[in-house]
Ligand binder design. Structure first.
Ligand code: HEM
Length: 329
C-alpha cells in the first residue's frame, strides 16, 4: 500500500502546477493497491484495461434503463443482453489475469504469497473441494471490484471536502507532520485523519444503499413484510438523519473523536451483521494512510467552483470530476 501511494505522490508532484483529476488518480491508485496486495497482478500492464471495464460498466450498464423498470423482472431487457455480453468479455479478462498469475509460478513449498494463493489452497470444510476455476474467477473479480472502487470514492469525497474546508485540511496536515516526525507514519496515531475518513463516509457513504430480500414474513416499524419482499436500507439517509446526528449536513470530523463510537445502527458505511464488509479494515487502513500522505505532501484546492453532486451508480459517484490544483507543501 505504502509503495503504491508513494508512487502516486511522485506522479502528482510531476503534475502539480496544472489541473489534476483526483478522482481518476484515486481510482488508479486503489486499483493498483487491490491488484498488487491481494493478487500480485501485473497492474502496470492490466491496470488500464481493468479501469476501462469499471468505467464502461458504471457509465452504461450499471444504470437502470427505462425497460429495466417497465418490464416484469423475469423478462430480459436489451440492456440485459448487453450485460451478458459484457460479463463474457469481463470473465475472459479475469481468466487471463489468473492464467498469467499462475504461469508466473509459485514455489509449492513457499508460504502463500497473497490472497490468490490462499484462495487457491482453500478447501470446503465439509466436502474438501477446492474452488472451481469459475468460482475462483468470481472471487477474484469481487475482491478487485469491491476492493477498489469504494475506497477510491471515499478518498475522492474526502479530498473534495478538504478542498472546501482549508482549516480542516491544515489540521490534518499538522497531525501528519507531528506523527511523521520520526520518518514513518504510525497509523494508530493518525486519529484526526481517521476521523476525516469516518466523517467523509458519513456524509458520502460509498455504499449508499444495501438491499435484502426477506427470508420470511416479518414486521418492520409496524409494516408487514412478506417473504421475498425487497428491503432497502439506506446508509445515505441514516447518516444524515436529524434525529440521529447533530447538524447532520455539516462536515465535522471532531464528532468521531469523542471516544464514544456512534450507534452501530446509525452509522454503517460497511454494512452490519453477517454480510458486513470483509474489507473494512483493509479499506480504513488504506484510506487513512493515503489521505495522510497526500495531504501531508500537497495543499489541495478546487480549480472549478461549481458544486459536485452525488449520484448513486453502484457507489456514491460524483456527477462530474471537478478540476483540482495541488501545491507541494
Ligand atoms: C471504503 C471502502 C468500502 C466500503 C464503503 C465498503 C462497503 C461495503 C458494504 C456496505 C458491504 C455490505 C453489503 C451488504 O450488506 O449487502 C460490503 C461488503 C463486502 N465488501 Fe466492502 N466496502 C469497502 C471496501 C472493501 C474492500 C477494500 C474489500 C476487499 C478487500 C471489500 C470487499 C467486500 C466483500 C467481499 C463484501 C461482501 C461480504 C459478504 O457478503 O460476506 N470491500 N462492503
Amino acid at each position: 500500500m505504502i509503495a503504491a501511494v508513494d508512487e502516486t505522490i511522485v506522479k502528482l508532484k510531476a503534475a502539480s502546477g496544472g489541473p489534476v483529476d483526483l478522482r481518476e488518480v484515486m481510482q488508479r491508485m486503489t486499483l493498483e493497491i487491490a491488484g498488487r496486495t491481494m493478487f500480485s497482478f501485473g497492474m502496470d500492464r492490466h491496470g488500464a484495461a481493468l479501469r476501462d471495464f469499471v468505467m464502461e460498466y458504471g457509465d452504461t450498464l450499471a444504470r437502470p434503463h427505462m425497460l429495466d423498470l417497465l418490464l416484469p423482472l423475469n423478462w430480459p431487457t436489451p440492456q440485459d443482453f448487453r450485460r451478458a455480453r459484457f460479463r463474457k468479455r469481463w470473465t475472459a479478462f479475469v481468466g487471463q489475469l489468473m492464467a498469467e498469475r499462475r504461469a508466473a509460478g509459485k514455489d509449492d513449498n513457499a508460504p502463500a504469497r497473497d490472497l490468490f494463493d490462499l484462495m487457491g489452497a482453500a478447501r470446503d470444510p465439509e466436502t474438501g473441494q477446492a474452488f472451481t476455476d469459475a468460482q475462483l474467477g468470481d472471487q477474484v473479480a469481487t475482491m478487485i471490484l469491491a476492493g477498489h472502487e469504494t475506497t477510491a470514492t471515499a478518498l475522492f469525497w474526502a479530498l473534495y471536502l478538504l478542498a472546501l474546508d482549508p482549516d480542516t485540511q491544515e489540521q490534518l496536515a499538522a497531525e501528519v507532520r507531528g506523527v511523521a516526525a520520526n520518518g514513518t507514519l504510525d497509523i494508530e496515531r493518525l486519529k484526526f485523519t481517521r476521523a476525516v475518513v469516518d466523517e467523509t463516509m458519513r456524509l458520502y457513504p460509498p455504499a449508499f444503499l444495501i438491499a435484502r430480500a426477506a427470508a420470511g414474513p416479518d414486521t418492520i416499524a409496524g409494516r408487514p413484510v412478506r417473504r421475498g419482499d425487497v428491503v432497502l436500507i439506506a446508509p445515505w439517509l441514516l447518516h444524515r438523519h436529524e434525529r440521529l446526528w447533530r447538524d447532520p449536513n455539516a462536515f465535522v470530523p471532531a464528532r468521531f473523536m469523542t471516544g464514544t463510537p456512534p450507534d452501530r445502527f446509525a452509522y454503517l458505511p460497511f454494512g452490519v451483521g453477517a454480510r458486513v464488509c470483509i474489507g473494512a479494515h483493509f479499506a480504513l487502513v488504506e484510506a487513512t494512510l493515503a489521505l495522510a500522505k497526500i495531504i501531508g505532501a500537497f495543499r489541495v484546492a478546487l480549480a472549478d467552483k461549481d458544486p459536485v453532486l452525488p449520484i448513486g451508480v453502484v457507489t456514491t459517484q460524483p456527477n462530474r470530476s471537478p478540476v483540482f490544483t495541488i501545491k507541494p507543501r
